[in-house]
Design a protein around this ligand. Structure first.
Ligand SMILES: Nc1ncnc2c1ncn2[C@@H]1O[C@H](COP(=O)(O)OP(=O)(O)O)[C@@H](O)[C@H]1O
Ligand SMILES: [Mg+2]
Length: 269
């Protein structure tokens, strides 16, 4: 848009790909091939995906279709065979503080307390000790673990340990939070409670979030868009936009319609 057009108050319709500034994460023709038993195995065919700042997107698809590989490439733990991942316009070449990854297992250090675990995520962040501890306290409060700051991972329930892992993932204020089936190992009650919590935390922090789940309802409750993947090799089958206001009700008929649609897509695999 020209400067003059801007001054006249002209606002273009919000087209996601029109403004590169708003696209914090771009997967541009990303492919991944592994070598298994000395033979090439194509895990991911061409993946093109853009996330706008503050967006919550879920990836869903059959086991083995490459969901974790996508997150690992964004995290910089794995290099694409072709194409490029860009964060804030810059190509990803390795891990960095602008991205954090939370796994299904909490992966907290067993010998460190909850607050120490979160503090350790600030190791490479150029801040003073006092500011770091302030941030730790702020993020423990955000996930509701203030009273368990001094507890050790073995003393936490599964849901609490995942909250601690999420606090650790957010404490360095990453541009992008990557969640790999973070609620997958929890019982259904804890899971539905933490879905609401995740939404509250995302709304408070505004962090662009890409979450893998194999629970269609979970994806539809949380996400702005649900990316349905096809397997062997992994590729985008469909992107479903969820235009329902939050908080969404699990029993909402519109949500049920979308659920049928996504399940239909998944059954065609
Ligand atoms: N390091 C690796 N070496 C060889 N094959 C791998 C490696 N990591 C993943 N794969 C293969 O790539 C495919 C996608 O794996 P993954 O991303 O873990 O799938 P998902 O998370 O969707 O279950 C699978 O076929 C898996 O066996
Ligand atoms: Mg996986």
């Amino acid at each position: 848009m020209t400067h003059a057009a801007e001054q006249r108050g002209f606002r273009p319709r919000l087209v996601p790909s029109a403004d590169p500034e708003s696209e914090v994460l771009v997967l541009d023709g990303v492919e991944k091939e592994f070598t298994v038993d000395r033979r090439p195995v194509q895990a991911l065919a061409r993946i093109d995906l853009q996330l706008r700042r503050g967006e919550f997107v879920c990836l869903i698809g059959a086991s083995g279709c490459g969901k974790s590989t996508i997150l690992r490439m964004i995290a910089g733990l794995e290099r694409p065979t072709a194409g490029e991942v860009r964060v804030g316009g810059r190509p990803v070449t390795g891990p960095g503080l602008d991205r954090s990854l939370v796994f299904q297992e909490h992966r907290l250090l067993p010998w460190a307390s909850v607050e120490q675990n979160v503090y350790l995520a600030l190791d490479a962040v150029p801040l003073g000790r006092a500011e770091k501890w302030r941030r730790v306290a702020e993020h423990l409060a955000l996930v509701g673990l203030t009273d368990f700051a001094r507890a050790y991972p073995a003393q936490l329930s599964g849901g609490m340990a995942q909250r601690a892992a999420i606090a650790r993932g957010l404490v360095a204020n990453p541009a992008i939070l990557l969640l790999d089936e973070p609620l997958g190992a929890l019982d259904s009650l804890t899971r539905s409670y933490l879905q609401d919590e995740l939404l509250r935390i995302w709304e408070a922090e505004g962090t662009t979030t890409l979450m893998v789940t194999h629970d269609v309802e979970e994806a539809l409750l949380l996400a702005d868009r649900v990316v349905v993947l096809d397997p062997r090799p992994g590729r985008v089958r469909e992107i479903v936009r969820v235009d329902l206001p939050r908080p969404r009700r699990r029993g909402d008929p519109e949500l049920a319609t979308l659920k049928e649609r996504v399940l239909g897509e998944l059954r065609h695999l």
